[in-house]
Write a protein that binds this ligand. Structure first.
Ligand code: AHR
Length: 500
């Protein structure tokens, strides 16, 4: 197969935003306990945080980290997690039918955040709680001192305010599974009032209203319109959540998952712009795609325990990712980057153990899943401007989306160095694609490096013993001649071509 793309700096979509490369740490399964925090691990530091996970978080190039949930936040009492650990209560976590020991709370998370060089994105509970508790948490975090909650933070060891900028107004409030789920009108009114009050404490914060928890929710679209009808003046972002998995062996449709993400983004932008037009407002609402990933939701360990079994940090949602999953993660990153004009933040859900690029053994090793690599490459190599590419590629037929181009790609260009990076997936399950890149608008480039992530067996998964076999390897077919680059892209592959 042959495909061609044209690179032209005139087709600038917007800047590469660091916040596109965010992630998510929820009190769920082994994400916090034995994930980021594990005093028994050989790499544990003086606060019980795993240094190996911190190092891998840095290697991934994570920018923001959303915390503490997720479904968990909708039943969470944040003040359970402050003060002397021995005095903290153990609570039922209804979202995941677990016991929350409250060993890690906001102060510990903020320590971890500083150690890992990430920006916190804090969620407030609008499920079982409301405006007052959100204000208390904000006061605890962002007010310098001289008040009840801010002085308590200082007494708990954090003299300086955390000054957290990004705040999520609840989580997935459209989902019937959510503790305290609401209608769009109920949630919109509560979110607007909570947002106004929070801005009275700290006008500098950025606020995210809950959008739909999936594009197939029955209220999708109408939910966004109604919620923004209430909150447009008060918030900066509307959230989007999407998870994909291969169903019934339909690899072709799975590899085309980003078609759904593109549609999701377009639809939410349309709903936000409709409200903007109706309200005759100048301000635009942007998207925080703050949960996205591959998640095999039908696997047994995606189901929480039941009955009298309320374990601490059980094995939950520990998906093992293969090569095809990594290619899908890469293609979803292409979609997010391509809409950098409206997607201003995103979070790969989640960071450790729970549907995660990083895995740990309790008290043992940490290792990289296949999905680690496309994320790390995109985060570390995308700089400057995002360029939309003119793509001409043959289509293949999918059951879910009809005809889909075998190639999807996006480019970034650093205006200072002139370096152009092309990120491309080949979704063909059978054919190598000869990619031809028209570089006439960016003359004088040569190949600085090219890599491909693929495997003759696309079901290959990494393990703690071997997490390197499907790391991206040099693609030696990449070359430039006469203003055109070319490279052979293997079937089911994620590819990066650096030109400078
Ligand atoms: O990321 C796992 C779960 O998926 C989150 O808790 C929830 O927000 C979503 O449904």
């Amino acid at each position: 197969l042959h495909a061609s793309v044209s690179v032209d700096p005139a087709f600038r979509v917007g800047p590469v935003r660091r916040r596109t490369f965010g992630s998510f740490v929820e009190h769920l399964g082994r994400c916090v306990y034995t994930g980021i925090h594990d005093p028994e691990a050989p790499s544990a530091d003086e606060d019980g945080f795993r240094r190996d996970v911190i190092d891998l978080t840095r290697e991934l190039g994570i920018s923001t980290v959303r915390y503490p949930g997720g479904n968990f936040v909708s039943g969470y009492r944040w003040e359970d997690g402050i003060g002397p650990v021995a005095d903290r209560p153990r609570r039922l976590d209804l979202a995941w039918h677990s016991t929350e020991p409250n060993i890690v709370g906001v102060d510990e998370f903020m320590k971890w955040s500083a150690k890992s060089g990430t920006e916190p994105m804090m969620a407030v509970n609008l499920g079982t709680r409301g405006i007052q508790e959100a204000l208390d948490l904000l006061e605890y975090c962002n007010v310098p001192g001289g008040t009840h909650w801010s002085d308590l933070r200082r007494a708990n060891g954090a003299e300086d305010p955390y000054r957290i900028r990004m705040w999520c107004l609840g989580n997935e409030m459209d989902g019937p599974w959510q503790v305290g789920a609401r209608t769009a009108d109920e949630y919109g009114r509560l979110a607007a009032r909570t947002a106004s009050a929070m801005r009275m404490v700290d006008p500098g914060i950025e606020l995210v209203a809950c959008g739909s928890s999936a594009s197939m929710m029955p209220t999708f679209g109408e939910w966004e319109r109604t919620v923004l009808g209430h909150t447009h003046e008060q918030v900066d972002y509307i959230s989007a959540h999407a998870y994909y998995f291969e169903e019934d062996g339909d690899l072709g449709s799975f590899l085309a998952s980003s078609v759904d993400m593109d549609h999701f983004i377009e639809s939410v932008v349309a709903a936000a712009d409709l409200v903007r037009a109706q309200k005759k407002e100048k301000k635009r609402i942007h998207l925080s795609f703050d949960e996205w990933n591959v998640w095999y939701q039908k696997r047994a360990d995606s189901k929480p325990p039941t009955g009298d079994d309320w374990p601490v940090a059980p094995v939950l949602l520990e998906d093992r990712y293969n090569v095809a999953d990594a290619v899908v993660v890469g293609s979803l990153l292409i979609s997010l980057l391509r809409r950098t004009d409206r997607v201003h933040a995103a979070s790969l859900a989640q960071l450790v153990n729970v549907i995660a690029p990083i895995m740990t053994e309790p008290g043992g090793r940490a290792w990289r899943q296949t999905t680690f690599h496309p994320f790390a490459q995109a985060s570390n190599l995308a700089h400057g401007d995002v360029l939309r590419l003119a793509i001409d590629a043959p289509e293949y037929e999918t059951a879910r989306f009809g005809g889909v181009p075998v190639i999807d790609a996006v480019a970034t260009r650093d205006p200072e160095s002139g370096e152009v990076v092309i990120f491309a997936v080949n979704r063909s399950t059978t054919d190598e694609v000869a990619l031809d890149v028209d570089l006439r608008a960016v003359p004088g480039l040569r190949v600085l490096g090219a890599t491909s992530l693929s495997n003759p067996d696309h079901t290959w998964s990494a393990t703690a013993d071997d997490d390197a076999s499907v790391a991206p390897v040099a693609n030696t077919t990449a070359s430039v001649a006469d203003g055109r680059a070319s490279a052979l892209l293997p079937p089911v592959s994620w590819n990066v071509i650096r030109l400078g």
